[in-house]
Unconditional design. Structure first.
Length: 273
């Protein structure tokens, strides 16, 4: 009996050892799996981070046809540049206002650079009041704390010319080939009864008076003089706009040949160098 019990024990011992080794190997394999899972997760996290960075920074490999177009407005906004490059409609105004307000809270002392290339309110607008979009931008420019440096890079017709003149004195400028124009508010009336037409005319007169008053404040001229000047559209080249008081300086090139070409084009003598 004793030998049988010993035999039984000797048979059970290898089985117990096998179970223990199986548990140990299972534990080790489980820990190995968990370790591999952690590595996969960390790889995925690092990969996702790389993807986020690549989504922000454009690829520089290959030629231009193979690269993803960069987010240029975001790059300009990062440098505190607000670009007004479309007509004055509510969608454009909403974006410009949001940018001005955000840049104020980002830094109340650093200047904001506003580049203007806009024809203002288009003829034949479907409603009265698009001039008030320009007034919304103007009031926000006056409200925010950072100084606003304005630059005309193409055209500033009508309401955008007012925004150009509303920049910080001494920091209102234009490129040499830009065109600036002052005009009265524009609105087309069709299919209205007499009483409604009277209301719209009174509102348009009020808008015109407001614009003349604001222009006079920034160009240091009387309202009577400005009303006379904008009785018909009045065009300025940058040098005439400087004399009128809309801007303070013309951003000319340091290259002597380019300066000579610009001066000859102003005098009507186009001499290609």
């Amino acid at each position: 009996m004793e030998s049988g019990s010993l035999m039984g024990c000797s048979q059970c011992r290898p089985a117990a050892l096998r179970r223990m080794s199986a548990k140990r190997s299972g534990f080790l394999s489980g820990s190995l799996v968990r370790t591999q899972d952690r590595k996969k997760l960390s790889c995925r996290a690092s990969t996702s981070n790389r993807l986020d960075v690549q989504a922000v920074m454009p690829s520089t490999q290959g030629d231009a046809s193979e690269q993803t177009p960069p987010d240029l407005p975001s790059y300009l906004f990062k440098e505190r540049i607000v670009y007004l490059g479309m007509s004055m409609v509510p969608q454009v105004t909403e974006l410009v206002l949001a940018e001005l307000l955000y840049l104020q809270y980002d830094s109340p002392t650093a200047p904001i650079y506003m580049y203007i290339n806009s024809t203002g309110v288009q003829k034949g607008g479907d409603r009265l009041g698009y001039e008030s979009e320009a007034f919304a931008v103007y009031d926000t420019m006056e409200y925010v704390k950072p100084p606003i440096y304005t630059v005309c890079v193409g055209t500033a017709f009508g309401e955008p010319a007012l925004l150009l003149a509303a920049g910080k004195k001494g920091m209102r400028s234009s490129l040499p080939s830009a065109t600036i124009m002052l005009r009265q508010p524009i609105q087309q009336y069709t299919q209205m009864q007499a009483s409604d037409l009277d209301i719209y005319r009174n509102e348009l007169r009020r808008v015109k008076s407001n614009m003349v008053t604001l222009l006079g404040r920034h160009v240091d001229r009387t309202t009577d003089e400005i009303e006379k000047d904008i009785s018909r559209p009045k065009y300025f080249d940058p040098y005439a706009a400087k004399e009128y008081g809309i801007i303070d300086k013309v951003l000319e090139s340091d290259d002597a040949n380019i300066k000579k070409l610009v001066e000859s084009s102003r005098s009507g003598m186009y001499q290609w160098l």
